[in-house]
Design a binder for this molecule. Structure first.
Ligand SMILES: [Zn+2]
Length: 97
């Protein structure tokens, strides 16, 4: 479904990808405007930070297909905290909790 690749060497930890190539709807405000939806990924594309420009909410996502063969709990904890900080620094608020 997702064309996950890690062929490039991003200069920054998170690269902004937009617009989305899949239809996506913000679960919080129902925004379906693809131009107002974007996501950030880490270097490996394992974690994604979806952001909605309409309600300024972000949602963390993990590509489970790539984690099932590894134990990544400590790293995941660090990574998601990093993603929280990244999202909030960009002016978004958590979409869960
Ligand atoms: Zn929204």
């Amino acid at each position: 479904m997702w064309p996950v690749r890690a062929a490039t060497k991003p200069a920054t930890r998170y690269a902004l990808n937009q617009p989305l190539f899949q239809r996506l709807e913000c679960p919080y405000c129902g925004n379906q405007n693809q131009a107002a939806l974007a996501y950030f990924t880490d270097d490996e594309g394992l974690y994604r930070l979806y952001v909605c420009e309409q309600c300024h909410t972000y949602i963390k996502a993990v590509d489970l297909r790539r984690t099932e063969s590894q134990v990544l709990l400590p790293l995941e904890r660090v990574m998601t905290l990093d993603m929280d900080r990244e999202g909030q620094e960009k002016g978004y608020k958590p979409g869960q909790g």
